[in-house]
Each structure stands twice: as structure tokens, then as C-alpha cells.
Design a protein around this ligand. Structure first.
Ligand SMILES: NC(=O)c1ccc[n+]([C@@H]2O[C@H](COP(=O)([O-])OP(=O)(O)OC[C@H]3O[C@@H](n4cnc5c(N)ncnc54)[C@H](O)[C@@H]3O)[C@@H](O)[C@H]2O)c1
Length: 372
């Protein structure tokens, strides 16, 4: 089959493209090599002789029309996923490009057979909680007022007891940041326009994906990158809040398996699926694993900082995708080991850690409690 990846020069797209090439499919990529993701230019993990590469922006109708010609399957991975306060860019890139794709396919009567869009756990915001006495809650963003008083957790509005985190399934929709809002809109566009024009479409809500090829230069990046780079450069890793936030992490190879499964399965059509690691880890537990993999005894620095807009806890319920036969097979140890190997292959990387940290402070994303 002929498969188009928007954002295929990135982390998830390139790994999925490699797998499809291995399976004998033809691959086309459209990507604008966005900075800072591709700060150092065209990624060396892409073999241009094996794919068709189109340099372009997914918001450009002419170039997208060209890219969408002669393809059976589209993976829509290009996205704006920064932490900048330019709220409209999230809609402009993520939402607009998704509508545009369906518009072109309908207008030109293109024979696309399936579209898979990358959504995110961010759609579920702070996720689902319960109070033993007062039922289920879907909390909103934590206020600066509370964060400045180091009130990290969510509490029952009635009895004031700490709420208990539950797994969040696909029915949970409560995005709190512009990225999550744009991803929810992408899901709606894909499923509803897909139905309207008869193109089977699937939205995959990834949890935090880990493995090789994750950009070193994303300002708002996950713990694997921050902790691994800290260990690599023998620096004390910074832990935000109190280190007890909970997340689930999924290995890139499990994500590739999920992508292929929904591409091939008719049962997946017009559905939204969580793609997560299935197991909760606190930030401290994750750090311990990274230190172990790097054989370092470096402890965390807890400077009283938090990232405004961060979710306290979120763990995806993955039973819906598991019912189609998928399950996460790789561990966090695998992910960290793979990331470490990738990091060790790099040259010219001394600037990476400070770059991201400075970016976060400049943008006002990282805030100190005594700053306010
Ligand atoms: N990596 C994760 O942990 C994660 C988690 C949840 C959801 N997602 C989603 O999965 C998708 C892929 O993520 P990734 O981790 O591979 O990100 P990535 O940044 O590595 O790749 C995204 C690619 O899109 C390209 N791109 C960005 N804007 C573009 C535009 N306007 N036109 C053309 N190309 C553009 C970038 O150059 C990059 O190559 C994204 O939609 C992202 O929101 C990722």
C-alpha cells in the first residue's frame, strides 16, 4: 500500500514509516522540519532513497493536495506541540490541517482508504478521580494560588479529603491546555468528517511515548529526556513539584504496533483509542530507573519549581485497544536503554540540556514558588 505520513520526519512517524517499509509498503513523507524539533536539519535516521520526501507545511493546500495524491493510507502526525502561549497556532496547525485534509480528499475525490490521526492523553486533562464518599470527579487545571502554596493534589470539594486517581478511559474529555483542546478537535474532525465522507478514520490518544529519535530540543519535554541528559552530563536532574506526580509511559515500538494494528483492523474504524504503557509510575520511580540504567547515583534537585499547566496525575485505561489484541510489551527499562543508546550515538550535544531549561524559564512555563 502507499502510505503518507504528515510529520513523518519526527519521532513516531519515522519509526512507523520504517516498519511499513520493512513490511513492503511504499512511504511518502510531508514535513516542514520544524525547529526546534529538527534544530540540526534533516534527520540522519531517514533514508531518502527509500521514501518520497516532500518539504512542506500541512496547512498549505497546494502542497497537501500534491502529497495526498496516490495514497491509500494517511497517518497525520504533524503537530504543533510546544509550550508557547500562542494559543491560536495549536488550532491553526493541528485543527486546520486535519479539516483541510478531509476537504481536499472530498474535493478531489481521492481514493484514500483510511486516516489515522495522532491524538494525545492531553485530551483527558487532569483525568478521572473519585472520593470514597462523594463519587467521581474530573478536576480542572490547578490554580497558581494553590501551586504557590504547594498544594499539588486534587481534593474533594465536599469533604476536603484527597481525591483518588482512577484510570482514564476514552470517554474522559477535559483538555486543559490549547494543545489538548486542538487534539480533541482533531479527534472530532477525523471521526465525524470521516463518517460523513465515508473514509474510515481512527484517533490514537498516545500517552508519553519514549525511545530513540525523540528530539533533544523540545522545550516542553518529558522526564526521559531531562533525566537521561542530566545523567549523561553528570548534572543533578531537576524534579518539579514534589516528585510524586504519576504518569504512564509507552515504548515507541509498542506505539508502532498499535499504529499498524489500527491501520489493518476494520474494527478500529471510527474509534478513539488510548495507547499507553498500562502501568503508573511516579516521577521519583522513573528517575530511579533512569539512574539505574545509566549506573549513576545522582539524586534529584527539588528547587521548588513547577510547570504551570502540568497535570498532577494521569494514567490511561488501555483496555479498549487491548480488546483488539494489542498490549504494551516493552518496559520502561527498554525505553530508557534505547534512549541512552541513541544519546550515546550523538555528537555535538553539549548544549542540549541548558537549551531546554532556559527555554522553559523564558517562556514562563517553569515557575518558582518564591517568584510570586
Ligand atoms: N511523542 C509523544 O509522547 C506524543 C504523545 C502524545 C501525542 N503525540 C502526537 O503524536 C504526533 C507525533 O509526535 P512526535 O513525538 O513524533 O513529534 P515530533 O515533533 O518528533 O514529530 C512531528 C513532526 O511534525 C513536523 N511538523 C510540525 N509542524 C508541521 C507543519 N505545520 N507542517 C509539516 N510538518 C510539521 C515536525 O517537523 C516533526 O518532524 C504528534 O501529533 C503529537 O502531537 C506525541
Amino acid at each position: 500500500m502507499r502510505v503518507l505520513f504528515t510529520g513523518g520526519a519526527g519521532f513516531i512517524g519515522s519509526h512507523t514509516a520504517d516498519k511499513l517499509l520493512e513490511m513492503g509498503h511504499q512511504v511518502k513523507i510531508i514535513d516542514c522540519l520544524k525547529k526546534p524539533v529538527h534544530l540540526k536539519g534533516f534527520p540522519d535516521y531517514i533514508d531518502k532513497s527509500k521514501i518520497e520526501f516532500i518539504y512542506g507545511d500541512v496547512r498549505d493546500k497546494t502542497v497537501m493536495t500534491y502529497a495526498l495524491e496516490d495514497v491509500d493510507i494517511v497517518f497525520h502526525f504533524a503537530a504543533y506541540q510546544d509550550y508557547l502561549p500562542d494559543y491560536s497556532t495549536f488550532s491553526h496547525v493541528n485543527t486546520y490541517s486535519t479539516s483541510l485534509m478531509y476537504e481536499i480528499i472530498e474535493e478531489k475525490k481521492l481514493p484514500v482508504r483510511k486516516i489515522i490521526v495522532a491524538s494525545s492523553q492531553a485530551v483527558m486533562g487532569e483525568g478521572r478521580y473519585h472520593c470514597r464518599e462523594h463519587g467521581t470527579f474530573f478536576p480542572n487545571l490547578r490554580s497558581e494560588l494553590k501551586l504557590n502554596k504547594k498544594i499539588w493534589d486534587h481534593y474533594c470539594p465536599t469533604c476536603k479529603k484527597k481525591l483518588i486517581m482512577d484510570l482514564s478511559d476514552e470517554k474522559v474529555i477535559n483538555p486543559q491546555n490549547p494543545y489538548g483542546m486542538s487534539k480533541h478537535t482533531q479527534e472530532m474532525i477525523a471521526i465525524n468528517l470521516g463518517k460523513r465522507i465515508g473514509i474510515p478514520s481512527v484517533a490514537l490518544r498516545y500517552s508519553i511515548v519514549q525511545g530513540s529519535r525523540q528530539s533533544f530540543y523540545n522545550a516542553y519535554s518529558g522526564v526521559c529526556r531531562i533525566f537521561s541528559l542530566s545523567m549523561f552530563f553528570d548534572k543533578q536532574p531537576i524534579v518539579y513539584e514534589d516528585g510524586n506526580s504519576i504518569r504512564d509511559y509507552v515504548n515507541i515500538r509498542d506505539v508502532v504496533d498499535a499504529n499498524i494494528l489500527v491501520m489493518e483492523s476494520d474494527e478500529a474504524n471510527y474509534e478513539v483509542f488510548n495507547v499507553g504503557g498500562g502501568k503508573p509510575y511516579t516521577v521519583f520511580e522513573f528517575l530511579k530507573i533512569v539512574a539505574e540504567v545509566f549506573s549513576k547515583s545522582i539524586t534529584a534537585k527539588i528547587p521548588g519549581e513547577y510547570r504551570f499547566g502540568d497535570t498532577r496525575h494521569i494514567v490511561s485505561d488501555i483496555s479498549k485497544l487491548e480488546s483488539l489484541g494489542w498490549k504494551p510489551k516493552r518496559s520502561i527499562y527498554d525505553s530508557v536503554r534505547e534512549y541512552k543508546e541513541y544519546l550515546e550515538q550523538q555528537t555535538d550535544i553539549a548544549d542540549i540540556l541548558d537549551y531546554a531549561q532556559k527555554q522553559m524559564k523564558t517562556l514562563g512555563a517553569v515557575r518558582r514558588i518564591d517568584d510570586n
